[in-house]
Design a protein around this ligand. Structure first.
Ligand SMILES: Nc1nc2c(ncn2[C@@H]2O[C@H](COP(=O)(O)OP(=O)(O)OP(=O)(O)O)[C@@H](O)[C@H]2O)c(=O)[nH]1
Ligand SMILES: [Mg+2]
Length: 641
């Protein structure tokens, strides 16, 4: 189908890249093993890359005020080949809960999993609930029966009628609906489900695309994890406006609070859709007049939101769905959907590049470069040994005995130093323990608990903001203390390497130094969000305990994950920091042993020495071939972008 073609191009390219990298990793693994270059560090790096590739998904989120046509657009973009309006799209509020649409590779089945709204009363965060299958209601789906699919998907729009008190407990009561005097409503409608996950075997979803459909975001009680965690982590967000409504105040609120706000880098991945342009199609106006009126709407939107014109796509989701279902090419073209598809395609491959450059590519190239230095070292050693042997070949017997003596002395000195490696390892362990003490889970929990108490005891918005400010300061101090210990550790490791370099000319290949820079940036972003959170809440609407719960379900959870990440990466760094040195020590020891043997041999027979010289030449050739191979793989990785 025409409309899906471009999108699948983007995702297919991504899939092809992934397969390419998988193949590179697999080949590399075998090759490293074959040439005795497969260190524990290499194993860890490759395993990490593999994991990242497995888990990696691209999320495109659809965001906007209710009834702007988000769901209709998803139907047109992804599900028109079912010949139906698959996901419920209707006037008024329709999508009631955030809905992730993906394909569950592990289970390889189609289903909807729905999280009951009642789980809002539990202390668990959404992230935690994801790991508790019993809390979810599951409906199996038959992807070949589109009528029953459409029927099952209606659950996404399902509501419950509850008493105002119950709604308040869920944090879903807008106090404005209660009249200060006069009669109170007996019941009000709230969403039946809190979150939905659809697994559906669509080719794009199978290739790692996740679509996130959101309910009109201005809705009271919007799941805080949606706006603070899920939206910021989506690779692309599509903000949907209606040409019939223009940019309303509520559209602007959503834009500023959820999209344009804290993470400036996200802006490049933001797309604005001006939907429902068909409402401007008017048979009494000339095509030129219609085009002009669309253009002026686009200009106005660009100015109001402060985005460039190239990011705004006028279209009609409804007409494109109809055109696609009927195979009406003219209507499809007029609907404007094709331009949006091209753009999403571009965004998807853009974010693909970001992932590659930042993560996998850098990791692989780093490993390959280290391996290259190692082979380079071996080559240099073999070459100098060949030199020495050729020299020896021409020397007198007394000169050879002298050389043997010298080499044995170096061997002794080296033995002493390399025995000291155990002590160095001990020192690094000791420092690592000190670091663990600083990163102590209890200290972190204390910060969280104190903030929780402070918030629950605050009766004013100002009090909440103060509690957040204290929380931020404490986290910054905590991070600074970690930074100080990390610096000490880094210095210790550097000294050890320098010592071997000075005494024996080895230790040139050093481990990648661990840096907290990235994490510090992440903490800053989270703290900015925390500040915005404090300002954005009206305590009267939410109540402190619900507010504290929201805060810790989002900001609290994020900081927890951040420090868990730091701990994890740091452990890896400390455990592997002396590995490159150990590897080089072993290499150097082998070389010295060989030299001593060669010299001993030379005192006995010149012929055998010649044979040794020839063998060394062979090894030099092998090393040169290995260097060519490594450069080739580095090029393959770099050119895979
Ligand atoms: N005329 C016209 N109507 C549209 C278009 N796209 C969507 N609609 C209609 O607008 C209404 C709302 O569409 P939805 O897709 O449910 O909107 P939504 O943004 O998902 O709304 P929520 O789920 O409530 O957040 C439905 O009646 C659609 O048929 C369009 O391009 N043109
Ligand atoms: Mg919807």
């Amino acid at each position: 189908m025409l409309a899906n073609k471009k999108l699948s191009d983007g995702v297919n390219q991504y899939e092809a890249w992934k397969n390419h990298i998988y193949a590179i990793i697999e080949n590399l693994e075998g090759w490293l093993e074959q040439h005795e270059l497969f260190s524990e560090e290499a194993w860890n790096t490759l395993a990490r890359c593999f994991n990242k590739l497995e888990r990696d998904r691209i999320t495109v989120a659809f965001v906007g005020e209710f009834s702007r046509g988000k769901t209709e657009l998803i139907n047109a973009l992804f599900f028109s080949d079912t010949g139906r309006r698959l996901l419920p799209s209707d006037a008024g509020r329709t999508t009631m809960c955030p809905t992730e649409i993906l394909y569950d590779e592990d289970r390889a089945e189609a289903y909807i999993r729905l999280l009951p709204i009642e789980t809002r009363l539990k202390e668990y965060t959404l992230t935690e609930l994801l790991k508790m299958p019993d809390e979810w209601h599951e409906i199996p789906l038959d992807p070949n029966d589109s009528a029953s699919l459409e029927n099952n998907f209606r659950e996404l729009a399902n509501t419950l009628q509850v008493k105002p008190d119950e709604a308040r407990r869920y944090g879903l009561l807008n106090e404005d609906v209660l009249h200060p005097e006069g009669r109170q409503p007996k019941t009000i409608d709230i969403p039946k489900w809190r979150h939905a996950i659809i697994s559906y075997p669509h080719s794009l979803l199978k290739h790692g695309l996740t679509i996130l459909d959101t309910p009109g975001l201005n809705a009271i009680g919007t799941e805080p994890e949606l706006t603070l965690t899920m939206l910021p982590s989506a690779q692309a967000a599509i903000f949907v406006l209606g040409a019939d409504t223009g940019v309303s105040q509520t559209d602007l609120d959503i834009w500023h609070h959820n999209l344009n706000g804290h993470e400036k880098s996200r802006r490049s991945r933001l797309t604005v859709v001006l939907n429902k342009v068909d409402t401007l199609w008017d048979d009494l106006r000339s095509p030129r007049e219609i085009e002009d009126s669309i253009k002026s709407q686009i200009l106005f939107t660009a100015r109001t939101l402060g985005v460039s014109l190239s990011k705004i796509f006028p279209l009609s989701a409804q007409k494109s769905l109809i055109g696609l279902v009927r195979g009406d090419q003219q209507l499809i073209k007029r609907s404007g959907i094709i331009e949006l598809e091209n753009h999403i395609n571009h965004e998807v491959s853009q974010s693909k590049q970001e992932i590659i450059i930042q993560d996998i590519n850098a990791e692989l190239v780093n490993l390959l470069e280290k391996t290259r230095s190692l082979v380079h070292n071996r080559l240099a050693q073999e070459q100098s040994q060949q030199h020495e042997m050729t020299d020896i070949h021409q020397q007198s017997d007394t000169a050879i005995s002298h050389l043997l003596e010298q080499t044995q002395q170096e061997q002794d000195k080296f033995r002493l130093n390399s025995n000291a490696l155990k002590e160095f390892e001990h020192a690094v362990d000791q420092k690592a323990r000190e670091l663990q003490e600083v990163l102590d889970q209890k200290a972190f929990e204390q910060i969280i608990n104190q903030a929780k108490n402070n918030m629950q005891q605050s009766w004013t918005s100002k009090g909440i903001q103060q509690a957040i400010a204290i929380f931020s300061d404490q986290l910054k101090q905590y991070m600074d203390a970690i930074e100080r210990k990390v610096t000490e550790n880094r210095q210790l490791i550097k000294n050890i390497y320098q010592r071997f370099e000075k005494d024996h000319g080895i230790g040139v290949i050093q481990p990648k130094a661990f840096s907290l820079q990235q994490h510090q940036k992440q903490l800053e972003t989270i703290l900015d969000e925390a500040k915005a959170f404090g300002k954005g809440y009206r305590i009267s609407l939410t109540g402190q305990s619900q507010l504290a719960r929201n805060f810790f379900a989002t900001i609290g959870q994020k900081t927890k994950e951040l420090f868990a990440d730091i701990q994890h990466e740091m452990n890896h760094w400390v455990n592997s920091s002396l590995q490159p040195l150990a590897f080089q020590i072993e290499d150097h020891r082998d070389m010295l042993n060989r030299q001593v043997q060669d010299l001993k041999m030379a005192t006995q027979s010149r012929e055998v020495l010649q044979q040794k010289i020839n063998e060394t030449s062979d090894r030099i050739d092998q090393n040169k071939h290995q260097l060519v191979y490594i450069d080739d793989v580095i090029n393959q990785v770099r050119s895979s972008i």
